[in-house]
Design a protein around this ligand. Structure first.
Ligand SMILES: Cc1cc2nc3c(=O)[nH]c(=O)nc-3n(C[C@H](O)[C@H](O)[C@H](O)COP(=O)(O)OP(=O)(O)OC[C@H]3O[C@@H](n4cnc5c(N)ncnc54)[C@H](O)[C@@H]3O)c2cc1C
Length: 504
């Protein structure tokens, strides 16, 4: 790779300033910070910068500020493999931010991160074998160019500026306040108020028990039920090993192995004996809500377990809230909004002072950056993905898209190993360009949507599927969402396979 240099190039004439780096990482969320760590350790000497729109690091964990905001998977596996997690498995956003801050501090990553830098455009030049990014410094309003040899996309999968709120009839007639969890107002006072939360995913399961003690009452309104796993917010083996004063690095490794083994078993059982798993999940909910509660109506989904992400409910707090009478569930559909709340299709009206729309995200392709290849606009839907991390026709670029059925960060670490090995391979070959391309044996394979909706079908993915790259029905040409297969396959990637095309 080239050394750091500042070059004035024709494409950058409009910019007063330009800087060049070997690698440019987009986003300082858990993926961007982890990728920066791995780059410094596995490609020492590579110059790099991390560009981040927000004022600080954290991504998801800084964007979301709703009451109770916490992880829904354990931090032993949501944490990086290289830094032990020493707290409770389900962590608050503040705890995750503290952990990420330590990673930045301990590894001297801070000076490499530029906050309040929003990337608008990215253009690949085949003549120069480099990307030119048009970047806005939000603090000064200045537009400048960053050029790089390799672009590492760690911008997540949803639009941070605004969540997804469906349009319901007569919403404008409602006289109370409508709030989306992604843009939680600092001044929202819900003490003694009637709150209606629309949705039943992980966000609803978090916000409801957090608001219930102060609100007059919180109602969860769902169209259809979701699976939850209630359990103790602790890991037995971690507690035992700590009692024995075992080194935290060992505990981290052992607990990760144990969690991943248990999750693999759980996933296998979801496919092989879904009815038995379903019975266990519903039994765990019944243990909190008692024999008379209508579990069939409110907590029994029509789909088989694992078709959508299953949220862990630490210490069963959602169900304790319902059992205490401070929270309740209504399973029905909204017909329209009214002055005082919502009118349901059943004819019942639910009145509320505040309506929280826990209705999900807007999928956003590559951070809403306008991409071009040699000045020709790039439509990602025209590309085919190599393992969900590279794309046909798009040179020198990798995307970190994590797991939904396992912790996202497992893939951040794995993709980082892949990218660093690829960069080192290019250096050894003297190559300045790499692109994935379908091989003769791939050319007749049917081109399919990014996800198999039969296998996994969250709403934001289905809504945005036409924006996403395509896959083939072959392991190397799709993001399988199967950590347990990928953990063995991705590290064995042969970078001299015909799927990788290099240029000098
Ligand atoms: C509330 C919530 C809870 C979750 N809990 C879990 C969990 O427990 N376990 C799990 O595995 N997953 C969870 N997820 C999924 C979660 O999004 C990921 O696990 C992870 O945090 C994503 O990290 P990331 O760094 O890839 O992306 P993000 O956290 O989305 O960060 C991307 C960053 O890139 C920046 N960026 C984007 N576009 C640009 C641009 N054009 N220019 C400059 N910067 C840009 C953004 O500002 C942002 O800071 C959760 C998601 C949400 C919303």
């Amino acid at each position: 790779m080239n050394d750091t240099a500042t070059l004035e190039r024709p494409a950058e004439k409009a910019h007063a300033r330009s800087e060049h780096f070997d690698v440019l990482i987009v986003g300082a969320g858990i993926s961007g910070v982890g990728s920066a760590y791995h780059l410094t350790h596995q490609c020492p000497g590579a110059s790099f910068v991390v560009l981040e729109t927000q004022e600080t690091f954290g991504g998801t964990w800084i964007t979301h500020k709703y009451p109770g905001i916490r992880s829904d998977s354990d931090l032993h596996t949501f944490g990086y493999r290289f830094k032990p997690w020493v707290g409770k498995p389900i962590a608050t956003a503040d705890e995750i931010l503290k952990y990420m801050g330590e990673v930045i501090e301990e590894n001297g990553l801070g000076p490499h991160i530029r906050y309040r830098h929003k990337i608008h455009h990215a253009n690949w030049s085949s003549k120069d074998n480099r990307w030119t990014l048009d970047v806005e410094n939000l603090a000064t309003g200045e537009r400048m160019a960053f050029t790089c040899n390799f672009l590492w996309m760690c911008q997540g999968y949803y639009r941070h500026s605004e969540g997804y709120t469906p349009h319901w009839k007569d919403m404008d007639k409602y006289e109370g306040r409508v709030v989306h969890p992604q843009t939680w107002p600092e001044d929202l006072d819900y003490k003694g108020k009637q709150v209606l939360v629309i949705g039943s995913g992980a966000t609803a399961a978090t916000v409801i028990p957090a608001m219930a003690p102060d609100a007059a009452h919180v109602t969860m309104l769902q169209r259809s039920p979701t699976y939850f796993i209630p359990g103790r917010n602790a890991i037995d083996i971690a507690e035992q090993l700590r009692k024995l004063q075992i080194d935290e690095a060992w505990i981290h490794e052992i607990v990760r192995k144990q969690i991943l083994y248990t999750q693999a078993e759980f996933t296998r059982r979801c496919f092989e004996e879904p009815e038995a798993v379903k019975k266990e999940l519903l039994g765990a909910v019944r243990a909190y809500l008692g024999p008379d509660y209508d579990i069939d109506r409110h907590f029994t989904p029509s789909y088989r377990p694992w078709r959508q992400r299953i949220a862990f409910v630490p210490d069963g707090d959602l169900f304790k809230g319902i059992a205490s009478g401070k929270a309740s569930v209504v399973t029905d559909e909204i017909d329209r909004f009214t002055k005082k709340g919502v009118l349901l299709k059943s004819g019942k009206e639910l009145e509320a002072d505040i309506i929280v729309t826990a209705t999900g995200f807007n999928l956003c392709m590559m951070g809403d950056i306008q991409f071009a290849i040699d000045d020709k606009p790039l439509d990602w839907a025209d590309t085919v993905t190599y393992r969900g991390l590279m794309f046909t026709g798009v040179p020198n670029l990798a995307w970190v898209f994590g797991y939904f059925r396992a912790s996202w960060t497992l893939r951040t670490d794995m993709v980082a190993d892949f990218v660093c090995a690829l960069l080192n391979h290019m250096k050894a070959k003297g190559a300045h360009r790499v692109e994935v391309a379908l091989r003769p044996q791939d050319k007749d394979a049917p081109v399919l949507p990014w996800l198999d909706a039969e296998n996994f079908n969250p709403g934001y993915m289905l809504r945005g599927m036409d924006l996403l790259p395509k896959r083939l029905d072959k392991p190397e040409w799709q993001h399988s969402q199967d950590y347990w297969v990928e953990k063995d396959e991705i590290p064995k990637t042969n970078f001299d396979d015909a799927a990788f095309v290099y240029g000098k």
